[in-house]
Design a protein around this ligand. Structure first.
Ligand code: TMP
Ligand code: ASP
Length: 236
C-alpha cells in the first residue's frame, strides 16, 4: 500500500490518500491534546499503542455485527480505513458520571447512571464542542433522521459489547465518544476507539486508566493505556 498525500491533519491523527479509491490511510501520532487543543504534548509510543488498541477494538466490534471503517493494520502507527464522509457530531454514552456532565448537572463524580445516558456534541473546537440535540442536527443538516437513528442504536450496541469486554478484564467503561460517517448508502463507525476518547477505571481501585491522566497531569499516561491493552489480552 503506497501512502499518498496528506489530506487532513487532526489533533492526534492524520489522514492520507491510499492507492485504493475507497480507502484512506489513518496515521496515529504521538500528539496528545486536551481542552480543545489548548494542552498538547508528544507522548512516546502513544501513536503505536492507540493504533493497535483501535484495531483490536474495531475488529471485536465487527465480530459483534457493528459496521466500522477499519480494514487492516498497515504498520505500527497506520491503518487502512474506509473513506467516509464524517458527520460533524460526537456521540457520547455514559455509564458513570464523570467529566462535563458533573459540571453541567451538578453531579458527584462516580455516580452510576442507570440506564446509561446519551449525548450529542457538535465537533467544533472553536465553539468548545457544545452539546446539541437531534433537532439541531436536523435543522442544520448535519445528518438525516436515518443516520441519527443508526448513530444512537450503534453507540448503545458498542456500549453493550465493550462494557462486557472491559468488565471481564476488571475494568469499568465509564464513558466514551464515537464518530460516524457515510460511504454511499451505509453508515459506519469511524474515527477511533482508544483510551484518548473514553474513560476507563480499574473496577476495584477506580484508578484512572485513560486520557484523564493527561488532562489532570497525573503522569503514566501511555503506561496506563498499555496496562489496559495488556489486561484485554492485546499483544503490543
Ligand atoms: P466529557 O465528559 O468531556 O463530555 O467527555 C465525555 C467522553 O467523551 C470522555 O470519555 C472524553 C470523550 N470526548 C472526546 O474524546 N473528545 C471530545 O471532544 C469530547 C467532548 C469528549
Ligand atoms: N479531544 C479534545 C481535545 O483534544 C477534548 C479532550 O479530549 O479533552 O482538545
Amino acid at each position: 500500500m503506497i501512502r499518498g498525500e496528506e489530506l487532513y491533519s487532526g489533533k492526534a491523527k492524520s489522514v492520507f490518500a491510499s492507492d485504493r479509491e475507497d480507502a484512506y490511510i489513518l496515521k496515529f501520532r504521538n500528539d496528545t491534546s486536551a481542552f480543545d487543543g489548548e494542552k498538547v504534548e508528544q507522548l512516546d509510543r502513544k501513536g503505536m499503542v492507540n493504533n493497535k488498541f483501535n484495531a483490536f477494538i474495531m475488529k471485536h466490534l465487527e465480530s459483534q455485527g457493528i459496521a466500522t471503517h477499519f480494514l487492516e493494520l498497515l504498520s505500527d502507527t497506520e491503518a487502512l480505513v474506509r473513506k467516509l464522509d464524517m458527520f460533524p457530531v460526537e456521540c457520547v454514552v455514559r455509564n458513570v458520571a464523570s467529566g462535563s456532565i458533573c459540571r453541567r448537572l451538578g453531579l458527584d463524580d462516580g455516580v452510576d447512571l442507570s440506564p446509561p445516558t446519551f449525548e450529542f456534541f457538535l465537533k467544533n473546537d472553536a465553539l468548545h464542542d457544545p452539546m446539541i440535540n437531534e433537532y439541531h442536527i436536523r435543522s442544520f443538516g448535519w445528518a438525516d433522521d436515518e443516520a441519527i437513528e443508526v448513530m444512537k442504536t450503534q453507540t448503545f450496541l458498542v456500549n453493550d459489547v465493550l462494557q462486557t469486554l472491559f468488565a471481564d478484564a476488571g475494568m469499568i467503561l465509564v464513558d466514551f465518544k464515537l464518530e460516524f460517517g457515510r460511504q454511499g448508502d451505509n453508515v459506519f463507525l469511524g474515527d477511533e476507539f482508544t483510551p484518548d476518547g473514553c474513560r476507563i477505571w480499574d473496577a476495584t481501585s477506580r484508578e484512572k486508566l485513560d486520557k484523564d491522566r493527561f488532562r489532570k497531569g497525573l503522569g503514566g499516561v501511555v503506561e496506563a493505556y498499555e496496562q489496559v491493552a495488556q489486561r484485554l489480552g492485546l499483544d503490543l
